[in-house]
Design a protein around this ligand. Structure first.
Ligand code: FES
Length: 114
């Protein structure tokens, strides 16, 4: 099981969701399943409207690699700097902003805020 913790203003308390490993569910699908309000337009990584802040819950974060599409959309939405948007590998620290429709919950517990 992987833990995804949501923090969002409409919630009075954090929502902790357990996701079975290898489920391959996106954050946006989880948010819909638990009725967490977040505007999304395309659901395909093309509009940037679903950007959320994601932080690993572990002490040491792993490397992350964003797809070209996610990097471009996050940059256009003002969530990545020019330097971050041009870097193939983002350094040891994953970007704070991710597209909920593109972020597939993996084997790492995360905190999601929006
Ligand atoms: S809903 Fe459009 S980029 Fe995620």
């Amino acid at each position: 099981m992987v833990t995804v913790t949501f923090l969002t203003l409409p919630l009075r308390e954090k929502l902790v969701v357990e996701v079975p490993e290898n489920t391959r569910v996106t954050l946006l699908n989880l948010m819909k399943r638990y009725n967490l309000p977040k505007q999304c337009v395309c659901g395909e990584g093309k509009c940037g409207a679903c950007a959320v802040k994601v932080a690993p819950m572990r002490q040491s974060a792993r490397m992350v690699r964003l797809s070209d599409m996610e990097r471009r959309e996050l940059f256009q939405a003002g969530k990545l700097s020019l330097e971050e948007s041009e870097s193939q590998d983002l350094k040891d620290i994953p970007p704070r902003w991710r597209l909920a429709c593109q972020y597939v919950v993996a084997d790492e517990p995360v905190l999601v805020a929006f």
